[in-house]
Ligand binder design. Sequence first.
Ligand code: PLP
Length: 435
Amino acid sequence: MGTQGSAARVLEREQAEFERRTPRSRERYERALKVLPGADTRAVTFHWPYPAVVERMHGVELIDIDGNRATDFLLNYTTMVVGHGHPRVVEAAQAAVARGTAVAAPVPGQLELAEELVRRVPSVERVRFVNSGTEATMLAVRVARAHTGRPIVVKAAGGYHGTYPDLDLNLREGVFPPGVPETTPVRLVPYNDLPALEALLAEVGDDVAAVILEPVLGSAGIVPGDRDYLLGAQRAARAAGALFVLDEVVTFRLGPAGAQGLLGLDPDLTAFGKTIGGGFPVGALGGKAAPMDQMAPGAARAFLHSGTFNGNPVTVAAGLATLELLDADAYAYLDRLGAALGKGLRDAIRETGARAQVTQVGSLANLHFTDEPPRDGDVPARIDPTAAAAFHLGLANRGVSVAPRGTFALSTAHVERDVERTVLAATEVLAALSG
Ligand code: PLP
């Protein structure tokens, strides 16, 4: 087995190559530093030395402002499940734009997209649209607190539910600058550890409004939840009189009814986002009628929930067109490509002797520079950051775009050749890291 003592040298080399290939991106980075904090508008799009500015996207191809081409395995952090600019999605969005882009009234498409979610997901009887996954989880917390009259929310350490201060709690070092108080009672439990959750609920269960979990930890690096853990968490939450909330913002892409359909879960509330907006800003909360109908005007325990762009006509049209493309064949195809990518990356690790692990669920995969396959949300603290940065830039220099944390996502626009080329690129970088 090789060592990763050479990681710093590989990183230096890949960084120099990246800078050589991206002078115009660098120029814009320096200009942007003057007006955008950190030169960007979204933490996860930043990486050292600076990110390439992408000018065009089509299918799975990205073209940056220096003319470099890359195959997109990040897909706006798993969003673009049918690729960029699918003709059916573009047509639906263009037709919606031509009819008008925002109005304070119900518009065609909202009802149809809500009906499609209800048809696909047995636990969902009602849907509220919002503009992001963050808003969907914020709303889930409000609905659960209003429904139960209880304050506490339980989440998994390392679970990501958007940039909402409550649910950011203790996500990573530095999320809360010193002096910022923990605003509401959120309690943390380790992921994939049912006894820990049961113990917490035995202690404070009477005050718990909701247990919110991702079926697969996404931001922590595609860490699958055990089926028994998730089913047990659902049972324990219900037994405590709390709502079980599943965050499917990332995992809805895994099957027609998301991860809950694959695992036989029946959450009270589900947060949606990303794929259901066809590439436009989106979020939705779905759930059982009783908690959700609190938002109906005139309901006994009504509370106000609004949003200027909720259920935007362009978003719902593009979202519906996307879901229409995701039939049984599409999911089977995504699963097949995902399995091929997972196997290819595992083979690459074996061949090169790299100290790395692969996790993979359907069309999502992650390569981790850890000694053991991760099982909880503490991955970022355990990875070798130099090797991870070198791997990310090494792939970028070979025309493969992945998340800096090593996340890969597939779309129906990828073909087997894309996976093969990516595995070759990964093998090359892993070999250098192990040399
Ligand atoms: N929940 C999960 C599981 C996510 O991965 C994300 C975003 O990546 C969110 C919620 C927040 O969604 P958004 O970025 O649309 O606010």
